[in-house]
Design a protein around this ligand. Structure first.
Ligand code: ZN
Length: 247
């Protein structure tokens, strides 16, 4: 009987190097809001995450909104660094500040809208209190999906923690809406933030930009935030690298 039981196919795993996992959890716990980014896969093992990278984003306790230009820049940088599109644009990871890692309706909508045409993609989330969720979706042959277990893989070489670099990445990329709200006067003229992302130099002035990122009306319905996950499908951008890249 035991033998028969052991023949049951094992749930596939999305594995993380210890350094990548530590970075994801450290960033999850750094602030009060969700944060999101991309898992960077090992060249020879696309379900082994070697790094977790943030892109510029507005965040609340229940949403993450990536900046379109920052997403495009992220893919450019990854391709320039020699990675293939499927190494850097297939694993979408984010955190939930509460107990429940289950994807929200917005998460599901975003996953289908942004990654629905990829040959394969993973949506993963890690809740603050430790629970996690991941699902692989593919369109090679018949369309399908499979829930994944998350795990840490200690087998290979891995780098050490780097809290200073992680802190810098968090400060550069994550704009909690709560910060913006704190200093915002109703009726204040608000500039759109997108063009403010033009250069690294401008990004260093991010604290002053945060206030301009938010329109008061976006904060009016706190129970149902107006800002939703807003990754633009990079495939719709002409002439730019994108996560659905054809080889
Ligand atoms: Zn979510």
């Amino acid at each position: 009987m035991l033998r028969r039981r052991s023949q049951k196919p094992e749930t596939p795993r999305l594995r993380f190097t210890p350094a990548a996992w530590a970075k994801l959890l450290w960033l999850r716990d750094r602030g009060e809001t969700e944060i999101g980014g991309f898992g960077i896969s090992a060249n020879a093992d696309l379900l082994l995450v070697e790094d977790f990278v943030l892109v510029a984003q507005q965040t609340t306790a229940v949403t993450v909104a990536f900046d379109d230009r920052a997403v495009a820049d992220f893919f450019d940088q990854q391709i320039d660094a020699g990675r293939r599109p499927e190494q850097c644009g297939r694993i979408w990871l984010h955190t939930h500040p509460g107990h429940d890692p289950t994807p929200s309706a917005v998460d599901e909508e975003t996953f289908q809208r942004v990654f629905g045409r990829c040959d394969w993609a993973v949506m993963g989330s890690v809740a603050r209190h430790g629970a996690s969720y991941a699902r692989l979706q593919w369109q090679i042959g018949p369309r399908g999906q499979q829930q994944l277990r998350l795990g840490v893989d200690y087998a290979g070489e891995f780098s050490a923690s780097d809290h200073a670099a992680w802190e810098a990445e968090y400060d550069r990329c994550v704009w909690p809406m709560t910060d913006a709200w704190a200093g915002l006067e109703f009726g204040e003229e608000i500039e759109t933030g997108r063009s403010s992302l033009a250069s690294e130099a401008e990004l260093t002035g991010i604290a002053s930009l945060r206030r301009r990122q938010v329109r008061p009306r976006d904060l009016a319905g706190a129970a149902e935030p107006a800002i939703r996950t807003q990754m633009t499908d990079p495939q719709s951008r002409k002439g730019e690298n994108h996560p659905h890249g054809t080889l």
